[in-house]
Design a protein around this ligand. Structure first.
Ligand SMILES: [Zn+2]
Length: 257
């Protein structure tokens, strides 16, 4: 039998055999969104999927195919919808996609699920999707599906953040396409990063409110919201080690693995 943890790489009999072992299934929630002039638009798919793959190897789980579109990009956390290429779902649609995948996995015998968001804006519509999925499963007579839902970037040690940001951490929202994501991409997919194209028009200075329509100049023209300078694959490794270790620990504790 193929030993892949990537669910879609298995044949159906292989999946069936794995499903009988009550595996933990990881569902990455991604986005197709601008990540500055220096990175590809699939960052929010690549990163949570890579984290999930490593954790699944630790706990003999499976990674469901990532959802490649996310809820709309917001100016203050992802640059907004105006950027060429950023391609998004309405919140309702996104929630229903998550709902349907959870329902379907539940009907195929999966009972442990970890929903891992790689895109800030997916948080609440993702929560809605989990809630709707569980509600539907319950109505279908399946009441024992266990779900964890998390943002991978929350699983990082204080000491690691201090090492990465000796002058203080700017906050996760502003980290869009900046040092954390760029370092992880340099580690995982350096072919999708061009450090010669790192912009210098940031960091963004946002008020603590939104404006509609988005005023000119509200978002840095590059789409990068904080500093990219100083990004390195080595720093990506520090982050990856924390993400994988701490999430693995949490999953084992919650699911008694
Ligand atoms: Zn991102």
């Amino acid at each position: 039998m193929r030993d892949s943890v990537m669910m879609a790489e298995l044949s159906w009999p292989e999946f069936q055999a794995r499903a009988q072992e009550n595996p933990t299934v990881f569902l990455p929630l991604g986005a197709t969104e601008q990540h500055g002039p220096h990175m590809a638009m699939n960052v929010d798919v690549v990163l949570p999927t890579a984290v999930c793959e490593r954790i699944a190897q630790n706990v003999r789980g499976l990674v469901a195919p990532p959802i490649p579109y996310g809820y709309k990009s917001m100016p203050r956390s992802g640059g907004g919808e105006a950027f060429p290429g950023t391609t998004s779902l309405d919140a309702n649609t996104f929630s229903l996609v998550v709902r349907d995948v959870i329902r379907s996995l539940g009907h195929k015998g999966i009972r442990r699920l970890v929903v891992v968001s790689g895109h800030y804006e997916n948080i609440w519509p993702g929560i809605e999707g989990v809630d709707l999925g569980l509600r539907e499963l319950k109505r279908d007579g399946i009441a024992d599906m266990q779900v964890m839902r998390l943002e991978y970037w929350d699983f990082v040690r204080r000491e690691t953040l201090d090492r990465l940001f000796p002058d203080g951490f700017p906050g996760t929202e502003l980290e869009h396409a900046s040092l954390l994501e760029t370092s992880l991409m340099l580690l995982l997919r350096p072919d999708l990063v061009d450090m010669n194209k790192v912009p210098t028009d940031g960091p963004a200075k946002f008020p603590n409110y939104d404006r509609y329509p988005v005023p000119k100049g509200f978002v840095p023209a590059s789409g990068v919201l904080a500093r990219v300078q100083g990004s390195a694959a080595e720093k990506g490794q520090w982050l990856m080690d924390d993400h994988v270790e701490l999430i693995t620990e949490a999953v084992r504790a919650e699911f008694g693995l």
